[in-house]
Design a protein around this ligand. Structure first.
Ligand SMILES: [Zn+2]
Length: 261
């Protein structure tokens, strides 16, 4: 671990604490569920994901990134040296745009991603609410993404930090000062953008797929900012969405017949 890493972790802890505090002071959408049971569910799911990531993904991805550096292989290494870092980040982010589309459109992947969308409120705790097996299901994508882009360990770490910060931020229920959300949405994914993606209305859900730079949605015509946050029902309206609420139901959910949408 580098000497700056503990500082980064302390900074991240402060930022997360600040975000949790701010989204309660300046909520963007009204809550529909009691806060604490839902928070406990999301923390439980998030902790189980963290275990899988640490045990399986981190060592495998780390090995691929180290080999990328040693063999100077992958898309990133086709670029001039000074463009490699930015190019690597952009390519990782673009790959993730398509992966997110796939998690909605491929029924097997949707079984798992559905657990994330079943949350009927949206705040920064939703950012860690995934089925633990989703981490294994998405592992082949993450390995291929890392190998094809060719990120070295430092670029990969920067990508992970950026990705995690972005995911926490755009899931948050934070009402930014007037005009900020729209201005930021020219570059990044904002809470309003991602709120539309978490709408129970399918045509609204099929938008704002990006997890980092908003460029990809603007490029593919999937960017939306035309739905007022007060008009959004967060969650899903499929046949079982109101039953799959507690942690046990959520863990079982991917193994039941997929409800029609
Ligand atoms: Zn989604």
């Amino acid at each position: 671990m580098s000497r700056t890493r503990p500082l980064l972790i302390a900074g991240a802890a402060l930022a997360i604490g600040g975000l949790l505090w701010a989204e309660r002071r300046r909520p963007l959408r009204e809550r529909t569920l009691p806060q604490w049971p839902r928070l406990a569910t999301n923390l439980l799911l998030g902790a189980s994901c963290a275990l899988v990531i640490r045990a399986v993904e981190t060592p495998l991805v780390g090995r691929i990134a180290a080999t990328n550096e040693a063999k100077t292989r992958g898309i990133m290494h086709l670029l001039p040296r000074r463009l490699r870092f930015a190019g690597g980040l952009l390519a990782m982010d673009y790959a993730y745009y398509w992966w997110h589309v796939a998690t909605h459109k491929v029924p097997f992947l949707w079984r798992f991603h559905r657990v994330h969308h079943l949350d009927r409120d949206l705040d920064s705790s939703t950012a860690i609410r995934f089925h633990a097996l989703d981490m294994l299901v998405s592992l082949p994508f993450r390995l291929v993404q890392t190998r094809l882009v060719g990120v070295d360990p430092a670029t990969h770490r920067a990508w992970q930090d950026f990705f995690f910060a972005s995911v926490l931020f755009h899931h948050s229920n934070l009402r930014l000062p007037h005009g900020w959300d729209r201005a930021l949405s020219h570059l990044l994914t904002t809470p309003k953008m991602h709120g539309i993606h978490h709408s129970a209305v399918l045509s609204e859900q099929d938008s704002n797929w990006t997890s980092g730079f908003s460029l990809w949605d603007r490029l593919h015509g999937t960017f939306r900012d035309d739905v007022p946050q007060g008009a959004i029902t967060i969650g899903l309206d499929d046949a079982r969405s109101l039953d799959d609420l507690d942690p046990v139901d959520l863990v079982r959910a991917p193994f039941r017949p997929l409800p029609q949408r």
